[in-house]
Write a protein that binds this ligand. Sequence first.
Ligand SMILES: [Zn+2]
Length: 436
Amino acid sequence: MKAILFRSGTLVDPLGEKVWEADLLVEDGRIKGISKGLASPRGAQVINVSGCLIFPGCVDVHVHLREPGGEHKETIATGVRAAVRGGFVAVAAMPNTSPVADNAAVVGYVAARGREEGWSRVLPIGALSRGSQGEELAPLEEMWRAGAVAFSDDGHWLANAQLMRRAMEYAQMLGVPVISHCEESELTRGGVMNEGITATRLGLRGMPAAAEEIAVARDLVLAELTGCHLHVAHVSTAGVVRLLREARSRGLSVSAEVTPHHLILTEEAVQGYDTNAKVNPPLRTQADVEVLLEALADGTIAIVATDHAPHAREEKETEFDQAPFGISGLETAIPLIFTELVHKGIIGLTQAAARLSLAPRRLLGLPGGSLAEGEPAELTVIDPEREEVVDPANFASKGRNTPFAGWRLKGWPVGVLLRDRWCLVRELPGAGREEI
Ligand SMILES: [Zn+2]
């Protein structure tokens, strides 16, 4: 790749917790120089990014790309384009496809399809149990050799404690995290939204916070027993935050993620039976949201992940009880975090970069996550002042299911530097436009 000089950007380094103005030069896949007034090497592409922030490339640790088997909802081709438009240089793909990614062949297929597309990198996650059925351990080592970066039965909780223990023991030996979708399913059977007065008023079956908290508590105990790194997916309740704080205070190897929708919306979004607000875990209460925001700010929850869950229009345009769970989240995550958290002073710029880049990379064992010479040349460039109204018709994702349609958001990704090229996805404040 030829050299690229990013001129006059505002660099945000989450590792050094530093924000400063400088030029940044990349060459041969690495950051080659950072300083004010860098000379442009002969033949280099010069990109004026004045007015923009440069983050180390953002990584989403939780997406559903639906391929193989769910191509009417999303394909790897559309999913990676949605990732690029959303400002993500890499995404970790959950294994609940059809067939399930519970063997080396499917894991290898997902990784290879991602490489063929050549946009955001696709990092496959292997299932914990065969078919994610919770009955028999999947061949973890084989999947790891085929490129699996983590293991998860996402969509289900692995209720069998003995099986979870064994999976964690193997994962620990391989040095790979187990990602748990924490939901005690007897308590949530038939549930479609948060349990409480709103559900009662709407006449909908509720899913109690306790279902999530019971599952997290058991998984923390097993993480302590096995020494495996436990990553708790999509935290939604204040009670889970309490459990995480206790576990972290005792030094357990545990991390957690939260989605933009759980940070911003409450169960009130379900009023009017909007199926786009039907997610699992469900949107909770204002009290939960406040604790989640605190936990994100203090690092108890170190990762923002989208749980990107695209669905076909006709699947969501049905009765609330019947509609599938999920939000198409890749293309709104960064503007939502900027609008609702950064611009409101809940988290700072280096924290935003830590939650979207450094911590996700550490979880998956990827290099990078800071801005310094020698670091991988993967960048996300964000215009913090750009305002745009969310229009799902413009999504690169096939999934147009979002409760944020029509929201005016401020702070959008304008480009990403992938390992081999610069992709402009919106206008730079002072330059021309290319579309992907
Ligand atoms: Zn899940």
